[in-house]
Design a protein around this ligand. Sequence first.
Ligand code: ZN
Ligand code: ZN
Length: 256
Amino acid sequence: MLPADTPVLFALIIVSLATSVIVALRYFASSGLFAWITQKVRPGLYDGQGAQIGREIRWSLVAAVIYGAPAGIMLWCWNHLGWTQLYADLAAFPLWYLPLSVFLYLFAQDTWFYWTHRAMHDPRLFKILHKVHHDSRPPTAWTAMSFHWLESVIGAALIPIMVFLVPIHIAMLAAVLTIATIMGVTNHMGWELFPHRLVHSPLGQWVITASHHEKHHEEYRCNFGLYFRFWDRLCGTDRGFSKRMVEGGTPHRVKV
Ligand SMILES: [Zn+2]
Ligand SMILES: [Zn+2]
């Protein structure tokens, strides 16, 4: 903990650096874990992609600072000013609000992602903002945070704003960030983690897993969602699953 008389700007820089390091470590832990599992269950899937993975890690470390710094500032505001809508007392809201708050955050993030992502597929914006992410062909477990720094700024903007507006228990915010991390990694890792029965169940018609996002990386102009297929289905941009994924995946993916 920093002494109480630490100058505010200095304290904000230290806290932001600390949260950036935490986001970077979270990236290495989650992507590293799923890359290791991939090596076990789909040996050779990332063969020949070493240079791409190096690029993905470099962009992801830039993203870690862009995601981490506002998180640090937000935590400082919560601790010192009480400005945010974060709460730690379970009795502050009814228990049913806990899962509802997680859903509200995920749905808001999904909506923000769908529309900004779709806009970034406009050819003029694509070149500047989104090409970096699609330079991963095909994506890997390391692609989850591989974005141009401007795209990271856009992606990182929503949650720090939401915590000032929509109440959420600190543990539920941790749950949202954990879901974001795990789905971000597994949706890019090149094989379907979830059982075939679940992906093809009614739930799979509404929730996005790797089979759905891989199709976005194959065809670009469809499947723009993050967690849910709601906006894609409503706006006619949902083209279902990657055929290769549905067929169970081949050990070596066709490079496009
Ligand atoms: Zn992607
Ligand atoms: Zn895209």
